[in-house]
Design a protein around this ligand. Structure first.
Ligand code: NDP
Length: 295
């Protein structure tokens, strides 16, 4: 066979982007499968996004991830938007289909895969409380709605934001999505099967912050999930553990959105344990604890 020195290219566009650890996870996966692929972490200013996507086309790149501030703005530069990404209203992953660039959103799918694979729970028929109404909440709610959750309650500090999102997603998915304003401490009802923190409360450097929730009424099987991945052990998860409740950290969501992206781009089964360990190493975390779920 003749030598082939041409690498396949994927990457991430954002601003700021230097601290985004996804490249370490994807490059480890390429190496593990012996693929001559490269993941480029590229700083792209908002006014240069159009040119950057032209670059994706010109270089024949196989796909890109989008992060802040490009997840919504990128949509007008693509050829097609996948239905769930259209419902979410944001794209975090672009994949190539021939000459066409397709917009996908793997954030909510990554969350769902963590719930199923790491926590062993099928969201179908479940009653869910989601704290927050930003981009992460929207992606998580959309996928939970499409997966057949029985009841979805959005609890958010800003009433207009929470109300508008709940009404919009209910109309688009046909799922029972309700809204409740977050006033003082929110008491999680006994009927809830899943509680998801999709706010940025507890995110580094504000690691001592705890969403004002009272977990005491929760039933013993309620899964407590946090979208915050830095640090993975948030105060919310620590409180849930102390009460004996099962937990799912934000690293699972982050790893699985990368796993799904890898599979969309390469068509190969992703080496999940390799990706989880590479991500932990990139974030300066110990290699073993927590990554067992991926083996
Ligand atoms: P947004 O800025 O879009 O939304 C932030 C949400 O947090 C809003 O609902 C906001 O409420 C709420 N919030 C922030 N501070 C407070 C507070 N003090 N009290 C009450 N509510 C508060 O952020 P994203 O949705 O993009 O991200 C949310 C979190 O999810 C971040 O920590 C992010 O790192 C994480 N994330 C994790 C991913 C993963 O793969 N693990 C993927 C994507 C995001 P309000 O509307 O009232 O302002």
């Amino acid at each position: 066979m003749p030598a082939n020195f041409k690498a396949e290219l994927v990457g991430c566009f954002g601003q700021p982007v230097a601290e985004n650890p996804t490249g370490a996870m994807q490059e480890a996966a390429f190496a593990a499968l012996g693929l001559n692929w490269r993941y480029l972490t590229v700083e792209v200013a908002p006014e240069k996004l159009c040119d950057a996507i032209r670059g994706v086309r010109a270089f024949g790149m196989r796909g890109v991830n989008l992060t802040i501030p490009h997840k919504v703005a990128v949509m007008e530069h693509l050829d097609r938007i996948a239905p769930d990404a259209a419902t979410i209203g944001a794209v975090n992953t672009v994949r190539r289909d021939g000459d066409r660039l397709i917009g996908e959103n793997t954030d909510g799918k990554g969350f769902l895969r963590g719930v199923r694979a790491n926590a062993g729970i099928d969201p179908k028929g479940k009653r869910v409380v989601v704290l927050g109404a930003g981009g992460a909440a929207r992606a998580i709610l959309t996928e939970l709605a499409l997966a057949g959750a029985a009841d979805l309650l959005v609890v958010n500090r800003s009433i207009p934001r929470g109300e508008t999102m709940a009404a919009d997603l209910a109309a688009k998915t046909g799922a029972p999505i309700r809204f409740e304003p977050w006033r003082g401490t929110y008491t999680v009802p006994e009927a809830a099967d899943l509680l998801v923190n999709a706010t940025s409360i507890g995110l580094y450097p504000d690691v001592d912050a705890m969403p004002p929730v009272d977990l005491r009424a929760a039933h013993p099987g309620m899964l407590v999930c946090d979208a915050v991945f830095n640090p993975p052990e948030t105060r919310l998860l620590a409180a849930a553990r102390r009460q004996g409740l099962p937990v799912l950290d934000g690293l699972a969501m982050l790893v699985y959105q990368g796993v799904i992206g890898f599979e969309l781009w390469t068509g190969r089964k992703a080496p999940e344990a390799v990706m989880a360990q590479a991500l932990r190493a990139a974030l300066g975390l110990a290699p073993d604890s927590g990554a067992k779920a991926f083996e």
